[in-house]
Design a protein around this ligand. Structure first.
Ligand SMILES: N[C@@H](CCC(=O)N[C@@H](CS)C(=O)NCC(=O)O)C(=O)O
Length: 265
């Protein structure tokens, strides 16, 4: 199916100007979700791209409560986490809403948002970090369009210990990655079902769309995962909501682990 660009409404001019800065990491899926939700709301903002792990120190120094991105400063206030950011954006700029008003639709979108934030996001993160720990070279491709403050070649050369720390911190172990891959087809089916039910992929996008589409786009940057996603409703949604996503990682995962992706659907 042809990718249709996400409809970005015109920036609202009747809002008092705000000083907004997004802190993210190159290729971060929730970081991209936060950026796209800001754009969807027409909220002008600046962005600081941080290197993984170094981000922990910077966010602490900036007095954010946690060490993960996305982190947002709005007129001096600090909001951290993609779900919290979505709700704060709806509070400060209600139109267009990220959470639908209809209670039933809202509950379904909230569950999709939770699933994206807790389940899908972590599965994709564990798989990517497992792969990057074997070879950091693809990291450079995720930094295209980012301003990380050091030459990307230098960042890649020195990335090994940081990626290893990051992989440890998210428990990107063999067992977890094998489990992630084995449940991936069920996850994709769940997303296809939400699209069929109108929870996701409607005319008006919602937080679940941004949360899930960005995870899928990051997953599609992995040559091992992309064929399982593209050409189905979940893949079409990903391309519609996130037309551009940096990064490409060649096939790296042991072929024996990929069996569940080939036997599905
Ligand atoms: N579920 C959280 C996850 C936040 C998270 O783990 N972000 C990752 C990037 S995707 C991070 O900050 N990692 C730190 C690092 O890589 O050093 C959210 O959506 O905000």
């Amino acid at each position: 199916m042809t990718a249709v660009k996400a409809e970005t409404p015109p920036a609202r001019l009747d809002r008092a100007p705000m000083d907004v800065r997004l802190f993210t990491i190159p290729g971060s899926h929730p970081g991209t979700a936060a950026r796209l939700m800001l754009e969807y709301k027409g909220i002008e903002h600046k962005r600081t791209d941080l290197l993984p792990v170094a981000s922990w120190v910077v966010l602490r120094a900036l007095r954010f409560p946690g060490v993960r991105v996305p982190a947002l400063k709005i007129d001096g206030r600090r909001v951290q986490g993609s779900r919290q950011i979505a709700r704060e954006l709806d509070r400060i700029a209600p139109e267009p809403p990220l959470l639908p008003a209809d209670p039933e639709h809202r509950a379904a979108v909230e569950e999709a948002d939770r699933f994206g934030d807790e389940d899908l996001q972590q599965a994709v993160r564990q798989i990517l970090l497992w792969v990057l720990r074997k070879d950091t070279a693809p990291f450079a491709s995720y930094a295209v369009g980012s301003k990380i403050g050091v030459p990307i070649g230098f960042a890649v050369k020195t990335a090994g210990p940081f990626v290893a720390m990051d992989a440890r911190s998210v428990e990107a172990t063999d067992a977890n990655v094998r489990r992630d891959i084995s449940v991936f087809p069920e996850m994709l089916q769940r997303i296809d079902d939400w699209i069929a039910e109108g929870v996701l992929g409607g005319e008006q996008l919602n937080v679940g769309d941004f949360q899930i589409a960005t995870c899928l786009r990051l997953a599609m940057s992995l040559d091992d995962l992309r064929p399982a996603i593209e050409g189905r409703p979940a893949g079409d949604l990903a391309l519609r909501v996130v037309p551009d996503y940096p990064g490409r990682t060649p096939s790296t995962l042991p072929p024996a682990w990929l069996g569940p992706l080939h036997t599905s659907g």
